[in-house]
Design a protein around this ligand. Structure first.
Ligand code: BEZ
Ligand code: FE
Length: 253
């Protein structure tokens, strides 16, 4: 897309957002006091650094649904606010700490024709046993609970990590995101999940998640991101839980 086309698209989208909000204000005869309360809520959201959290909670999955209108490979799923660009490269182990159960993550990446794709860099990130992500908690550095694995000549990688726990969307349930979730009658716990982002030149980037069969909150995810084809049954091999993933990448547009 050239600069002119990008500007026109941005004008169209931003213009439509403003028109939609004006329509909502008119529909509900919103008062000046209510409008000011909304402004104060947005100021609090920014001050608490919860803007990405609230937007990812309600809008990120919609973007993934739009992506899936044109994709034929694996399902795209919310990235959420806890991805970091500079995770360490890992060969066979992602560092974990605390009270966690080991999990072997095995993955095979193919193209739409079923051919293995070597050299796919896969970011993997998941919460610790308190529901915290490295880089967002002062308790542990970013080389924990996240890493980049690379597929081998057969399009496969295998890394040891740990089974994540379900966790609350926000550590402050009375904060600007927690109060909105509660006001709308939702519950704030995300089901257990692991995040993945697959990158390889020539293929569409794929950001997705894996959920666990039998986990809590699968049918009441505050983010609305749980789909049957993303729920996996863990196997036990030599006393270790194993998550086997088959991923299909779409070609780049
Ligand atoms: C997450 O899965 O990490 C997440 C997704 C959306 C909002 C908040 C967290
Ligand atoms: Fe997460």
């Amino acid at each position: 897309m050239n600069d002119q086309a990008r500007l026109q698209r941005t004008q169209a989208i931003v213009g439509d957002i403003i028109d939609a909000i004006r329509g909502i204000l008119r529909k509900h005869d919103v008062t000046f006091d209510e409008y000011r309360a909304g402004v104060r809520h947005l100021i609090e959201l920014a001050a608490e650094q919860e803007v990405p959290l609230l937007l990812d909670c309600y809008l990120n999955q919609t973007i993934c649904d739009i992506e899936m209108k044109t994709r034929r490979g694996s399902r795209s799923n919310v990235e959420g606010p806890y991805f970091l660009e500079n995770a360490p490269m890992v060969t066979d182990t992602i560092k974990v700490r605390g009270d966690t159960k080991p999990l072997l993550i095995r993955c095979e990446v193919k193209d739409l024709q079923g051919q293995p794709i070597p050299g796919v860099i896969t970011d993997i990130w998941f919460a610790d046993s308190n529901g915290d992500y490295s880089g967002f908690s002062e308790d542990f550095p970013i080389e924990y609970f996240r890493g980049k694995a690379t597929t081998d000549s057969e399009g496969k990688y295998a890394v040891m990590g740990s089974i994540p726990k379900e966790y609350p969307m926000t550590s402050n349930e009375h904060g600007p995101t927690g109060t909105i979730i509660e006001m709308l009658g939702g519950q704030g716990m995300r089901p257990q999940h692991i995040h993945f982002k697959y990158l390889k030149e020539g293929y569409a980037p794929l950001t997705t998640q894996a959920y666990f069969h039998g986990g809590k909150h699968l049918d009441e995810d505050p983010v609305g991101a749980v789909f049957d084809d993303l729920i996996h049954e863990l196997k036990m091999e030599d006393g270790i839980a194993v998550l086997d993933l088959n991923v299909v990448l779409d070609p780049a547009e």
